[in-house]
Design a protein around this ligand. Structure first.
Ligand SMILES: [Zn+2]
Length: 329
């Protein structure tokens, strides 16, 4: 039988379209990497926790990270170390980080926003926030080299932002950006209250919602990376020191592994070219994809909506107890 010359290539072409070989599917999985950062140490809710509870929470969190071989940098608010009769236990909890090979960074002494105080006052907060952290790091031959902005507030105007950056550089810091953030602190206040009351059903509901919202956040910022840069830059995920993470970070790690993520150091992530691209963002604290997109005059659209019922539960708690149960960001 005689086959026309064009027929064969077309047949092959359509066969390939209909059944893509396995290797093609594998190569379409993007190279993904993420650095984990954990803010508000020794604990987001340290003011309402005992020293021994902070120690227990820290031990649980770090045990999972170590077992899973996931590097992380913890960012400290040293003010939370000073509670009468408890400073030793709180410092001990913090010291577990460098003891177990995890780096610490500065999150200012009292979680002070650069957007809300004069630059000189903010710089003092940075310096005050170094004392214990620097000592603990030195015991393990590490240096204090990262600063995470409280509330992600990087400056109210470009001049302040640049002056703060110059100050930080002069003290040996690099600003630690954030690209993915699922507001775990908002869940954590409600979760910790449910945990204290032994409300397992609500804890489960919150955990499931947190992981679902996190998935939406991952989808969203992976796409933002592809849209802005043509690839997915190495991500930096923002988490906080709390019981929600201590109890469930293993599930979060599993979620990331399933999406093809490698766990890398913050230093490695910052080597990605994305972090050297123009960034002139000023104003209310937000993630770095917003910084880059707004700098280019193309703000991101359709941000995933945070579950309203969790916000409402958090408001209820604050009404009952005027002392905030968690520090945002
Ligand atoms: Zn914070």
């Amino acid at each position: 039988m005689r086959v026309r010359p064009v027929a064969f290539p077309f047949a092959v072409f359509f066969a390939l379209l209909l059944s893509p070989p396995v290797f093609a599917q594998m190569s379409s999985q993007p190279q993904r990497a993420v650095a984990i950062t954990i803010d508000d140490l020794p604990a987001g809710n340290a003011n309402n926790m005992s020293g021994s509870e902070i120690l227990e929470m820290t031990t649980k969190l770090l045990t999972t990270l170590r077992e899973q071989k996931v590097p992380a940098v913890g960012f400290v608010n040293e003010q939370k170390l000073y509670k009468t009769g408890e400073a030793d236990e709180r410092i001990k909890a913090l010291s577990l980080w460098p003891e177990q090979g995890f780096e610490l960074g500065n999150h200012t002494f009292a979680h002070t926003s650069l957007n809300r105080v004069p630059l000189a006052a903010w710089e003092e907060e940075v310096v005050r926030g170094e004392t214990v952290t620097r000592l603990l790091l030195a015991q393990h031959k590490m240096k204090l080299r990262y600063l995470r902005h409280p509330y992600l507030d990087a400056g109210p105007d470009l001049q302040t932002r640049r002056e703060a950056e110059a100050f930080l550089t002069s003290r040996g810091y690099r600003v630690a950006p954030v690209t993915m953030d699922a507001w775990d602190w908002m869940y954590a206040g409600v979760y910790e209250d449910a945990r204290k009351r032994g409300d397992a059903a609500l804890q489960k509901q919150l955990t499931e919602s947190y992981l679902a919202y996190t998935t939406a956040i991952f989808d969203y910022f992976e796409k933002a990376g592809r849209d802005l840069f043509g690839y997915e830059p190495k991500q930096i995920l923002l988490l906080h020191g709390n019981w929600l993470e201590a109890d469930h970070i293993g599930e979060l790690i599993e979620l990331l592994r399933k999406r093809g993520y490698q766990f890398i150091t913050l230093d490695d992530a910052l080597g990605d070219g994305a972090y050297s691209t123009p960034d002139e963002y000023v104003g209310e604290g937000t993630g770095w994809f917003d910084h880059w997109a707004i700098t280019r005059g193309r703000p991101l659209q359709n941000t995933p909506v945070f579950p309203e019922w969790v916000i409402e539960k958090s408001r209820e708690l604050h009404r009952q107890n005027p002392t905030p149960t968690s520090t945002p960001y």
